[in-house]
Write a protein of this length. Structure first.
Length: 413
């Protein structure tokens, strides 16, 4: 009799648990495997659960960074930083980017919208808003145009060749501008000031290195060049033909130099001479006005791209001595904080680095453990197959999916 009562109690307990936790018991499982570098590898049965796991892992590593990104777009930074950020908040609220970003995935496609926002669900349990938006632009920039050149020279791709490309610090846009300026100089179409500045760069090897005077001069030229093509100015003709910003500059330089190579003539020669003179003289003026600056030696905790002050100064770190700090090169150590090289023929030969580390937690062993890779331009193993990843396992965490059956089906379509 006692055994029967015990059996009935066990059965009743199971029925009660099944009625209370049906989702947890029958939901799909999401596995988060962290390797010895603290990098999360997410495994799930479908896209929706995969994105949920990615959001959960990202929040675990970078919750504060995600919160700052959300506040930036929502226009609420002044709530924590004070009145200095008030104008930024006013601008963001006027633009309404945060509101539009929340609505966009559902407007485009309700089913795709589920996957697009699934990575936010792990935070949405307590904060019911999307956290980030993305922006993009078209046309070449100084880094992308240079990338084409070493890739075109490769007969076969190896990790060694990719490593060389990764550490490339040649400024193609500055090099091509100087080539055009040299042609105009030979035609006696440059002013004395322009010619003088051009001679200062005559022995430069086109590499944007830290603590190089020639590189500083070239970087000044590139900076002045950025928005030099404008309508309603002396550059209106070439601006209307080639466009503006660096994509227009690059299109202009490539077109003009290719035409000169074919015909020994420059298109719009007079207008190009005006443009080049204007840029070189403006650059010379900027160099004269420039005050000697002490480079930052402190990496401010969570300054991100906004230049925000450190909320936790104890987490600030001394910046390492970098080789290429320019944002206009492929290497661009200040701009290139993440690299991943994927070998599609063998996904276990992949390499990567993420600086300063995978975690934003100052007490985490992975807060600052990839800085040496950043300084030297090296990479670490970044295998992708589950079998190979298990060789580097540091921890495994299993989540139960909060996404119901209908949502999972729509998310995998």
């Amino acid at each position: 009799m006692r055994k029967q009562m015990t059996l009935w109690m066990v059965l009743i307990s199971i029925i009660v648990l099944l009625s209370i936790l049906p989702v947890r018991i029958f939901a799909g499982q999401i596995e988060i495997v962290r390797d010895s570098w603290g990098v999360a590898h997410i495994y799930a049965d479908n896209d929706s659960e995969l994105f949920f796991g990615a959001g959960y892992a990202t929040a675990g590593d970078r919750t504060f960074q995600m919160e700052l990104s959300r506040r930036k777009v929502a226009g609420t930074l002044s709530e924590i930083y004070g009145k200095d950020l008030l104008e930024s908040d006013k601008l963001m609220r006027t633009l309404g980017l945060y509101k539009h970003a929340q609505e966009l995935p559902d407007v485009q496609n309700p089913f795709s919208g589920l996957v697009a926002s699934a990575s936010h669900l792990s935070v949405r349990d307590w904060y019911p808003y999307s956290l980030t938006i993305g922006t993009g632009e078209t046309g070449h920039n100084p880094r992308s145009i240079r990338l084409y050149e070493p890739l075109d020279d490769q007969n076969e791709f190896t990790f060694e060749s990719f490593s060389e490309i990764h550490r490339d610090n040649v400024s193609a846009i500055a090099r091509d501008f100087l080539s055009l300026a040299g042609i105009l100089s030979e035609k006696n179409l440059l002013s004395q000031n322009s010619t003088r500045l051009l001679k200062a760069l005559s022995h430069w090897d086109y590499r944007l290195l830290k603590n190089s005077r020639a590189a500083d001069v070239a970087e000044t030229v590139v900076r002045e060049m950025h928005r030099s093509l404008r309508p309603n100015t002396v550059t209106a003709l070439v601006a209307s033909k080639y466009g503006g910003c660096h994509s227009g500059n690059i299109f202009l330089l490539r077109s003009a130099l290719e035409e000169f190579e074919r015909t020994q003539k420059l298109p719009e020669e007079e207008e190009l001479a005006v443009w080049v003179n204007q840029l070189l003289e403006a650059s010379a003026g900027s160099l004269r006005e420039a005050v000697s600056q002490v480079r930052k030696v402190v990496m401010v905790y969570q300054t991100n791209l906004e230049g925000l002050p450190s909320i936790y100064p104890d987490a600030n770190r001394k910046a390492p001595d970098l080789v290429t700090t320019s944002g206009n090169t492929i290497w661009s150590q200040l701009g290139n904080s993440y690299t991943q090289i994927v070998d599609l023929s063998n996904i276990d030969k992949c390499r990567a680095f993420l600086t300063p580390g995978a975690s934003e937690g100052p007490r985490s062993p992975h807060f600052f453990d990839q800085v040496e890779l950043w300084v030297t331009g090296e990479t670490r193993p970044a295998s992708l197959s589950r079998e190979e990843v298990t060789k580097y396992v540091e921890s495994i965490e299993t989540l139960f999916s909060p996404i119901n059956k209908t949502m999972r089906q729509s998310g995998s379509d």
